[in-house]
Design a protein around this ligand. Sequence first.
Ligand SMILES: N[C@@]1(C(=O)O)CN(C[C@@H]2CCCCN2)C[C@@H]1CCC[B-](O)(O)O
Ligand SMILES: [Mn+2]
Ligand SMILES: [Mn+2]
Length: 300
Amino acid sequence: MYIFFVFFQAKPGTEHGPDALREGGLIKKLMGLGLDVHDYGDVGTPSHEDDHHFDLPVKNPKHVATASENIAADVYNVIKSGRTCLALGGDHSMAIGSIFGHSLAEPEHVVVWVDAHADINTPLTSSSGNMHGMPLSFLVKELQPYISKLPGFEFIKPCLSAKNIAYIGLRDVDPGERYIIEKLGIQSFSMSEVDRHGIKDVVEKAMHYLDPEGVKPIHLSFDIDALDPSLAPSTGTPVPGGLSIREGNYICEELAATGRLTCVDIAEVNPSLGNERDNLITVNSALSIITHCFGGRRQG
Ligand SMILES: N[C@@]1(C(=O)O)CN(C[C@@H]2CCCCN2)C[C@@H]1CCC[B-](O)(O)O
Ligand SMILES: [Mn+2]
Ligand SMILES: [Mn+2]
């Protein structure tokens, strides 16, 4: 039984991502794979007028906190009932709720973070104040002494250790994030490693590192900007030199083949950016990534 949620978050335009994927035929494609799909609809996130935090340059913290709490509850319920959750963003701050909700259902899960960016800035290391650049910092136990307590985030219990995370596709990492990655020893396969070793070795190394026994539930958090901008132009922070669709599909096929892929985030599809052709290209790339997470195989 496959379930998917749609969420929208603070970054303008990404709230239209889920509908763009629905209109692109997502449900029909997943049902065409023989899956029992249920669309749980959008997770409501009331906006907060006074949504700024005087002490820190963090944008929309209360909005993101409310959304994250709602997302966590929904993801927990779906996974607890034995289903697989597909969470559609929305910007990548959605992963605060989806990973926390997943961890409540399956505390032993590991995270494969596919992204041009590390998304592990703390409110203090962030240069933009955008929360889509911070999700992992709210979840990683080792970082908690450095995280300012933001209003509304009291519900989150840090649920990941650095050893539970592996990055694939990095190519735009801030200095503060680079420091955190090196200090915590987070396993990261940037585009340099993808070029040097090839995607097959990268996925094998990542999974062997995260789960050598091959028993843990997997959370794939896939930022569409991990793909090359030629494949995902309608996204907020594109970075040249990204994954090919073959590499993206390969990651998803391999994780799906474990039979332990339990929650998938698809983040940062933003149809308000670029022209109609850009939207179509981006949605089709996202649909390809999704279908290869849920049984679609290039060999049929
Ligand atoms: N680290 C960032 C942050 O804002 O925190 C800064 N970066 C943009 C910045 C532009 C100038 C050159 C250095 N990079 C975007 C990233 C967040 C991406 C969020 B994601 O969900 O799209 O991954
Ligand atoms: Mn991201
Ligand atoms: Mn990104």
